[in-house]
Every structure is written in structure tokens, then in C-alpha cells.
Design a protein around this ligand. Structure first.
Ligand code: ZN
Length: 296
């Protein structure tokens, strides 16, 4: 998935003085305010594609990488057949980080995203990562909640670990808010589609205490826009809903991100041949991310 992004990022990392190049990576974010439902048309800023209409069904609100799950909003469609693996039994599949214990589970997809990020950190000499927690099923979330209580744990169905899109990442050297691993992730995770989900200055928005270890996968270009604007997921989804269309350029690749409210018969316009992804927001709509030229 999007190997080209990781390829470009890796090439830049290898060929440059590393981090200095990145502050400018999200150099163009243009916003278009519209009072009506977005229509994908051709303007200089917009992506020019032959379009087709596709139907969006309401179950798509509850699937994808941008689902919002928090204290107030539980998982709506629990996937009991979640595709996860026990990492301790599959050590041949990964390298470069440790496991807190033998219960850690991740989906192969998230493992791949995480591994790509960790490889990049290693090239920067940061290499003492530990996974403390990955996917949790309903039962283990419930046990955790019983053990730790509401100050520290979420009830079953309200944790991002139940979604399978989050990882608690530790360091073998120090606590994450002091460790080089924590510092590196804070500065770089967004390049690999991850975000620090519960920052110290956003506890009132997230309703969750500062967790320097909890990283959530949302994917590019979303993680880049969130980093650029200092948005947590709650704020980013509100922002998309308000703007309805956001375009951004990352590494000379254009993205157009549109929010659609979904009712029973919602149709959206997507590129006939180009790349696009649809993710629900877990509340009332979907976000369609269209990739511009050069995205293969
Ligand atoms: Zn966590």
C-alpha cells in the first residue's frame, strides 16, 4: 500500500540531512469553503479525473482508517473476525523492536506500517522500541477496564485498541516522554501515517490524559494535515466536515479529501480510473480521499 510514499520518504531520508527537509513537506494546503455538497469539478487546484458515481451504503460509515472512537463514541460495528496475528508466534515476520509480552496482537497491515516506520527510525539511530499493546478484543478490554478503572482504561468498545488501528509504543531506555524513541515518533510518525493520539495540550478535546506512547494509524495524507495544523482526530474530522473539500500537496502529489454526509441513498463522485479511498468517520459520513497524478 502506497509503497511509493515510503519509497520517496526513505530515499529522502537516505539522501539528505534527514529531518531538516520535512518541515516543508506539506507546503500547500488550500481550503475551499462551500455551503453545499461538494461537486468534484475541474479547477486549477482540483484533481482532474474522469469521474463515475458510486453508491455509499450506511455500513461504510463504520469502516476505514479514520474512524473516531473515544469515550463518547463506541465502535458501531464490531468485527469479531478481526484479522490479527500473535506477534510472539510470528517473530519471523518482523525485526527491529521488542514485545512487552507474548499477548501482543496486530493486524498484518498495521504491522507492516509500523515496521516501515521503525526501519526509518533505526536509520536515525533510534532503535529501542517495544510494543506494549496492540489489538485488544472485547474481552481483554473489559478485563483491563475492570483492573485499571475509568481514569486509565476505556470500557470495551470505546478503545482504539479494539479498532486494531493503535499501538502503545514504549522504549527500552526510558519513559516515552523522555526516551529518544518517544521524541523521534513525535517528530516523525506522521510521515508514516501515524499520529500521537492523545497529546498533552489536547486533553480537553480528546477527553483522555496525555499518553506519549499511544499512536494511531490514520494514513497519509491525513496524518500530514493533522501534524501541519496541530489537529487531533476529533478536530480533524470536524475540520473536514466544515470545509467539505480540502486539497493538499505532499511530495508533489496532490490529494483531494472530501467529506460526505451519508443517508440512505448517497452517491459520490470518484475517479473512474484513479486511486481513491473511502473511510467512514464512525458517526454520520464518509471521507473520500482522491490521489492525484503519479499515485500508483
Ligand atoms: Zn493505547
Amino acid at each position: 500500500m502506497k509503497k511509493w510514499i515510503f519509497g520517496i520518504v526513505l530515499c529522502l531520508l537516505l539522501g539528505s540531512g534527514i529531518a531538516q527537509k520535512y518541515p516543508n513537506i506539506v507546503s500547500e494546503i488550500s481550503l475551499r469553503d462551500t455551503g453545499e455538497a461538494p461537486k468534484v469539478t475541474t479547477t486549477p487546484e482540483r484533481i482532474d479525473h474522469a469521474l463515475k458515481a458510486v453508491k455509499v451504503t450506511s455500513d461504510q460509515i463504520y469502516k476505514g482508517n479514520l474512524l473516531l472512537v473515544n469515550k463518547d463514541i463506541p465502535i458501531q460495528e464490531w468485527d469479531s473476525e478481526s484479522n490479527v496475528i500473535h506477534l510472539s508466534q510470528n517473530e519471523e515476520l518482523f525485526d527491529g523492536f521488542g514485545l512487552m509480552d507474548d499477548t501482543i496482537q496486530l493486524s498484518p497491515n498495521l504491522l507492516q506500517k509500523f515496521s516501515t516506520m521503525i526501519e526509518a527510525a533505526e536509520k536515525d539511530g533510534v532503535n529501542h522500541f517495544i510494543i506494549n499493546s496492540g489489538y485488544r478484543d472485547m474481552e481483554s478490554q473489559h478485563e483491563l477496564y475492570q483492573q485499571l478503572g475509568p481514569e486509565v482504561a476505556m470500557p470495551a468498545g470505546h478503545s482504539e485498541h479494539n479498532l486494531g488501528l493503535s499501538i502503545d509504543i514504549g522504549s527500552a531506555l526510558a519513559k516515552m516522554d523522555q526516551a529518544p524513541e518517544g521524541k523521534w515518533l513525535k517528530d516523525n510518525a506522521w510521515k508514516y501515517g501515524f499520529i500521537l493520539r492523545y497529546p498533552e495540550d489536547k486533553t480537553e478535546v480528546t477527553g483522555t490524559m496525555y499518553e506519549p506512547w499511544h499512536y494511531r494509524y490514520v494514513g497519509l495524507p491525513h496524518s500530514a494535515i493533522m501534524q501541519e495544523n496541530n489537529f487531533v482526530l476529533e478536530e480533524y474530522l470536524n475540520f473536514l466536515k466544515e470545509k467539505m473539500i480540502v486539497t493538499t500537496t505532499i511530495d508533489q502529489q496532490n490529494y483531494e479529501i472530501s467529506y460526505y454526509s451519508v443517508s440512505r441513498n448517497t452517491s459520490i463522485l470518484v475517479p473512474r480510473n484513479g486511486h481513491y479511498e473511502i473511510s467512514g468517520n464512525n458517526v454520520d459520513g464518509v471521507i473520500v480521499t482522491v490521489h492525484g497524478e503519479g499515485n500508483e
